[in-house]
Design a protein around this ligand. Sequence first.
Ligand code: FES
Length: 214
Amino acid sequence: MKISVNGQDYSIAGDKPLLSVLRDEIGMLSVKEGCDDATCGTCVVIAGGKLVKSCSRNASTFENQEIITAEGPMPCHRVYRLYARAAGLSRVGKDIQSALNKAVAYGLRQQEFQQVDEWNRAGQIDKVVRIRGTPPVRLRERGLRDFDEVPPMELAVLIQSLLDRGDHTLDEPLAPEPIFRTVLAAYGSQRLTLKVRQSLERANVLREAVPAPF
Ligand code: FES
């Protein structure tokens, strides 16, 4: 049987819970084991476009479906929303947010995560975090993310790559309006709301800090 994890195919013998296949056979130690009875949400991955507790389903259920074990950099508020959804909660209340702030701080102290202040805002919730050793930017489809869950540096990389390709210049009349609309379209969205515009303006400022090799 073959499964695809983070864009790479793996051949798996037999059928076991997805969690043990990911950790023990493929070596994806970023997928954590907690309760092992589908309660805590620690082992969540994205499989077939949905959040899945990997301890609760066998790997064979996901043959021919893409499994993503770690999304790449994301703002803490997305991490918190994903945690709440996986735990069956409808929203991130103050108590949950406080507990998760502490969990992120602990992970940073243990050097499990890395964190960047891409928004230059106070507080933990807008900081962009990623699993230690993973790329600082991953340019990908918007997928299940709300627009405010796309890290500004990812948007900056997309804007820069459109400029490099010659699709746009920043000398256009009303620049950078056309390029903002192209970025929106690339993410399958059309509404250039005030909040979206602020995200894109912030990303445009960050373009100078776009890391190589983008
Ligand atoms: S390990 Fe707790 S839900 Fe899977």
